[in-house]
Design a binder for this molecule. Structure first.
Ligand code: DX5
Ligand code: ZN
Length: 220
């Protein structure tokens, strides 16, 4: 299991401190949520903040674009330091082209699906993908409650990936915490995003190791 702490839940007056915690805690990725106030009813970080984060950490940055028309700014996000770029299925009519473009620029390409979007819609795009992000909350806000039906989606997606033979990872985002991470990993999820469950606790380092431990226990 790879752990991707979400900066959205960090102390935003001390992003450098949050990045230190990610590194010390052995995070595999830093999850960076971009919200445009249009695709989702909230605003978060943009390109200048991504550049600043890139300059402060060696960890790969997982850029989750919760934006309309992601094709318009994708090159700027890639140039600013996105190691992985995630576009929403619901926001992009020309996914095939955009995913090829992202990979052509040397980044990993991911597609996110909202809770109401069936993973079966991805069957023809799996060969263009490095990973799928299954949303386990409706995107736009941190700190929401995990939607358990995301687990079944992950299982269905896992079967699709096995049938396709494409080396596609499954990532899950929203409401993952110490109580559900074992179920999440058991459903076939490779990358767990966690915001409030890490940065909302008094000791984020201890929480990261507890999350890893709980994820491991279930999968043995
Ligand atoms: C929600 C974001 C998530 C968010 C997760 O729209 O995409 O990445 O930061 O936060 P938690 O773990 O608090 O649900
Ligand atoms: Zn996210």
């Amino acid at each position: 299991m790879k752990l991707a702490p979400s900066l959205l839940a960090a102390d935003l007056a001390d992003i450098a401190g949050a990045l230190d915690l990610c590194e010390k805690g052995g995070a595999d990725l830093v999850h960076f949520d971009v919200m445009d106030g249009h695709f989702v009813p909230n605003l978060s970080f943009g390109i200048p903040v991504l550049k600043a984060v890139r300059a402060r950490t060696r960890l790969p940055i997982d850029v989750h674009l919760m934006v309309s028309n992601p094709d318009r700014l994708i090159d700027d996000y890639l140039a600013a330091g996105a190691s992985r770029a995630i576009v929403h299925w619901e926001a992009e009519p020309h996914l095939d082209r955009l995913l090829d473009h992202i990979r052509g620029k040397g980044a990993q390409a991911g597609v996110a699906v909202n809770p109401a979007t069936p993973v079966e819609l991805l069957v023809d795009v799996l060969p263009r993908l490095d990973f799928v992000l299954v949303m386990s909350v409706n995107p736009g806000f941190g700190g929401q409650t995990f939607l358990p039906r995301a687990l079944d989606k992950a299982r269905r997606l896992k079967r699709m990936i096995e049938i396709s033979g494409a080396p596609v990872e499954i990532e899950m985002d929203g409401g993952i915490d110490r109580d559900n991470i074992a179920q999440v990993v058991s459903a076939g999820v490779d990358v767990c995003v966690a915001g409030s469950a890490i940065f909302g606790t008094k000791d984020p380092l201890a929480t990261m190791s507890e999350l890893r431990e709980r994820a491991r226990q279930e999968t043995v």
